[in-house]
Design a protein around this ligand. Structure first.
Ligand code: SF4
Length: 389
């Protein structure tokens, strides 16, 4: 087994959770759990669920939610799950019992991590100033040795083994405090492209990677202020969220930021304050946020590693989604700082967990989301990059 070092430290904080996964989110039931609830002696279990219109094995039914606040109907007044409390954990659906755990099953090798969409996971990951650590079964950290992700039975898949090499090289740069986020992202973008286009000869991957790394280490990133574009992007992102008609902590946050920024402020003030706070963030970025985002990126690359190792998946599209979440988080952090007049790691943790909650089940961005940042004749990565920095 290969897992993130903090994996075993996680414990659900239940009623103390600031954004419970049982409030405001759709919870699907698989066919087996549906059958158990329908035939259970406690008729309330059967009454609390409905079969989906187009049922699949994993999403066969859905748990009802209250009209007010969208609470799971099995949640009690202390935000504790009555199914687990009155019966047993075994009666929970895989979605409920596994969340926020993520597991990638590579035959004899299991890769385990946790989703940042749980605020307690985000707190564990980002309140620790150390790099992201990956450990083995015995909780021993992989330091300079290669992290073996692909088990022996699949090592004849050259693409997967090459991706494992790429991951190890990425793990080293994202965990290197002397390499900036800009450099890490630029290298990731190019190496993923090379991998996807089958341009990486397995025997030369390390040399190619180091060549790209050297290029970007010497590169002068000229970033011009693009406040107007960033503000328009955020406005459209918020409008897009509003259209979803959600009823949860994310929609509360979205409505508040939209109201304060685009209804109650005039555009001149907004641009002025955004620019001022953006520059403050950029300064703080050098020391704090740069590392938080580096940790976020390598955490997500590890937790969704099959997008790199499985040649049938579009690695670029998956990487774009990971980048898109970081971009929204950063810009909303700036917006939030305008109204709160402060900015802390806790704000980062809260916003990151809200945004990742929305995207945690998604593999790639939908067309509507792509339109929010795509620029004519510009590669998606470049558009995301210039909106981010
Ligand atoms: S979001 Fe995380 S901490 Fe909160 S209730 Fe769900 S599993 Fe527990």
């Amino acid at each position: 087994m290969v897992k993130t070092a903090y994996y075993d430290k996680f414990e659900c904080i239940g009623s103390k959770c600031p954004n419970s996964c049982c409030i405001g989110w759709r919870i699907d039931l698989d066919v087996e759990t549906f059958a158990k609830y329908i035939s259970h002696k406690d008729k309330n279990l059967g009454k609390g669920i409905s079969k989906n219109e187009n049922p699949t094995f994993d999403k066969f039914a859905v748990i009802h939610r209250t009209k007010k606040n969208g609470r799971c109907v099995f949640l009690d007044s202390e935000n504790l799950c009555q199914v687990q409390k009155n019966y047993s954990k075994e009666l929970l659906s895989p979605v409920c019992s596994n969340f926020p755990r993520t597991e990638i099953n590579f035959g004899s090798k299991k890769l385990k991590s946790l989703s940042l969409s749980c605020p307690e996971v985000s707190r564990l990951v980002f309140s620790d100033i150390d790099n992201l650590k990956i450990v083995n079964d015995d909780n021993e950290e992989y330091k300079n040795e290669n992290i073996k992700l692909i088990p022996n039975e699949f090592r004849n898949d050259q693409y997967a083994v090459n991706s494992e090499k790429v991951f190890n090289l990425l793990y080293q740069i994202f965990n290197n405090k002397n390499i900036s986020l800009k450099v890490c992202l630029s290298i990731t973008n190019i190496i993923i492209k090379e991998l996807k286009n089958n341009h990486l000869n397995i025997n030369q991957t390390k040399e190619v990677f180091n060549y790209i790394k050297l290029f970007f280490l010497k590169h002068n990133f000229e970033i011009c202020e693009n406040n107007d574009q960033q503000i328009v992007f955020v406005k459209n992102v918020l409008k897009n969220f509003k259209k979803k008609k959600m009823q949860n902590k994310l929609s509360d946050f979205v409505n508040e930021i939209y109201q304060l920024s685009f209804i109650e402020m005039n555009s001149k003030d907004l641009i002025f304050k955004f620019s001022k706070n953006r520059n403050l963030i950029v300064e703080k970025f050098e020391s704090v946020y740069d590392n938080l985002f580096k940790k976020y990126f390598i955490h997500e690359i590890f937790s969704r590693i099959s997008f790199l190792t499985n040649r049938d998946l579009d690695a670029k599209e998956h990487f774009n989604l990971i980048f898109f979440v970081a971009l929204i988080t950063k810009l909303l952090l700036i917006f939030s700082s305008i109204h709160k007049r402060s900015m802390s790691t806790n704000d980062f943790i809260n916003i990151m967990s809200l945004i990742t909650r929305y995207y945690w089940n998604k593999k790639i961005l939908d067309n509507e989301e792509k339109l929010l940042f795509q620029q004519e004749n510009q590669e998606d990565f470049v558009s995301l990059f210039y909106l981010f920095f």
